[in-house]
Design a binder for this molecule. Structure first.
Ligand SMILES: Cc1cc2nc3c(=O)[nH]c(=O)nc-3n(C[C@H](O)[C@H](O)[C@H](O)COP(=O)(O)O)c2cc1C
Length: 198
């Protein structure tokens, strides 16, 4: 199923085609594709090149590990994310090597996830990110050291069948993708004065 952006101006095809599904196929992701996803994240920019992101992966084939990962999601996400062949937790290191808070740690971790997501689209994969995680459960399950914060999770895989979803989720799956207009977030000169678009 495709849900391309209804973009007003031209954008990269991968940006246009990316969306966040809930129906995943159980087809496993080739190991080389997983390596490419992580490599794409690796080359993401970051404040002072601190690279604060850390990822914890749980593949569906590793049944015990996968169940432990599912238990770190909020219930509403657990239902559909269980069908994905790969779950990933994004964790941020909140301090710099030389000490001091890294106030861009979440920002940079999100940016690394954006890189990963676009690489995924180029490989025919889908990434559905989730803020609905249980941070304490993530800390406990994976033994996060001090100074590291769970940020988000992602379900990753090939697309499945929207018919596999219950009615409520299927409605969400088929709903149109909507966005604010550019003039609502791009300003110039003064707050909320839309940047000129020519
Ligand atoms: C940081 C973050 C947290 C999100 N949390 C959830 C979540 O907990 N559950 C969920 O179903 N979708 C979650 N999403 C997916 C968004 O709802 C989705 O990206 C948004 O509705 C836009 O849809 P699109 O990705 O298909 O364009 C999250 C996305 C991001 C980036």
């Amino acid at each position: 199923m495709q849900k391309p952006a209804n973009n007003d101006f031209p954008i990269l095809d991968q940006l246009r085609q990316r969306w966040s599904p809930r129906a995943f196929s159980n087809r496993p992701i080739p190991p080389e594709s997983v390596r490419s996803l992580l490599e794409a994240a690796r080359w993401s920019p970051s404040c002072h090149n601190a690279q604060p992101w850390r990822f914890i992966l749980a593949a569906g084939q590793a049944e015990g590990e996968f169940q432990a990962a599912l238990a770190c999601l909020r219930e509403g996400n657990r239902n559909w994310a269980a069908s994905a062949p790969l779950l990933l937790f994004a964790v941020a290191r909140m301090n710099f090597d030389k000490g001091g808070d890294n106030r861009h740690a979440f920002y940079d971790t999100g940016q690394a996830m954006a890189h990963l997501s676009i690489q995924a689209t180029a490989l025919g994969l889908f990434v559905h990110q989730m803020g609905g995680i249980l941070p304490d459960q993530v800390r406990q399950t994976y033994g996060l050291p001090e100074g590291f914060e769970p940020v988000s999770a992602a379900a990753i895989g090939y697309y499945g069948e929207s018919d596999s979803l219950d009615e409520d989720l299927r409605k969400k799956e088929l709903a149109p993708r909507i966005r604010n207009g550019v003039s609502e977030f791009a300003f110039s000169g003064a707050w909320e004065r839309p940047a000129a678009q020519k």
